[in-house]
Write a protein that binds this ligand. Structure first.
Ligand SMILES: [Zn+2]
Length: 272
């Protein structure tokens, strides 16, 4: 992350009418996280999965969190409309290490996400074959337990792409048990629910599904808007669709986080 890249995101966002950009780099891209959490994958009894998870993390380490924080904070000081965020993978049994990773920095927003069940990185193509070895309802259940742990840890402000196990289209007969788990976790911890437009690209449906969102609304849980962009071209993508989805669930406003405090704003206009 350098100033040119930050500017590319800010300008692309502006062009779409998005006024602030929260940078939420993945935890696993940071060298410090790799060192701190190294070997977590070996808790999985399946050595083949552990090996895949290890290789995935190894391949994705691309910088230092200290440098990242410095760049984003410098941009902020210079008046750019940016927020310092992180997408924190929940790693079962490693809450203390995750807290240690977060502690030195003044985050605006910490997203919590579950990408691994044991070492099964269920949303990544490399692990696709593992889906055939497991029951969909079991994967959804196991994922829900981990989301509950993540919420209860109190480390995250937002539950990111909450119904991610639908990513490749594996959907159980009833999605209600997972929705129950997510809503119980979020209500207990006061965590926001992320509306994420990347679902439209990945599986033709926004994260999360509408029934979950409606129940989140009825429980008074805040929602955030996210494009999960990965590239400047996609920042703020499909926010009108997100706003329409939120309105259908009863929401009139969304929330952002500054210094980890929620800030409410009116939902952007729907698509024409
Ligand atoms: Zn994610």
């Amino acid at each position: 992350m350098d100033r040119a890249r930050i500017m590319a995101y800010v300008e692309a966002a502006r062009a779409r009418g998005v006024t602030h950009v929260a940078f939420t780099e993945h935890l696993f891209r940071f060298r410090e996280a790799f060192e701190l959490l190294y070997g977590w994958w070996d808790d999985d009894p399946d050595p083949a999965l552990a090996k895949l998870a290890c290789a995935y993390w190894q391949d994705h380490v691309s910088g230092s969190v200290a440098d990242y924080v410095r760049e984003v904070e410098a941009a902020k000081r210079d008046g750019l409309p940016v927020l310092l965020g992180l997408e924190m993978d929940w790693i079962h049994g490693r809450a203390d290490d995750l807290a240690r990773f977060l502690a030195p920095y003044d985050w605006d927003i910490v997203l919590g996400s579950v990408h691994y069940i044991g070492s099964f990185g269920f949303d990544d193509e490399r692990f696709r074959a593992e889906w055939d070895r497991r029951q969909t309802s079991t994967v959804w259940h196991d994922y829900g337990v981990l989301v509950g742990e993540l919420a209860a840890s109190g480390l995250a402000d937002v539950l990111s792409h909450p119904d991610l196990p639908k990513v490749f289209g594996h959907r159980p007969q009833s999605e209600t048990p997972l929705h129950d788990a997510i809503l119980t976790g979020a209500s207990g911890a006061g965590t926001a629910i992320e509306l994420n437009s990347n679902g439209l690209r990945k599986c033709g449906e926004i994260y999360p599904a509408l029934p979950l969102l409606q129940r989140a609304h009825d429980l008074g849980l805040p929602v955030t808007l996210a494009s999960d962009a990965h590239t400047p071209a996609r920042v703020g993508e499909d926010f009108a669709a997100l706003a329409a989805w939120a309105r259908r669930a009863g929401y009139a406003s969304a929330t952002s986080f500054v210094q980890r405090e929620p800030q409410t704003y009116a939902l952007p206009a729907d698509a024409p």
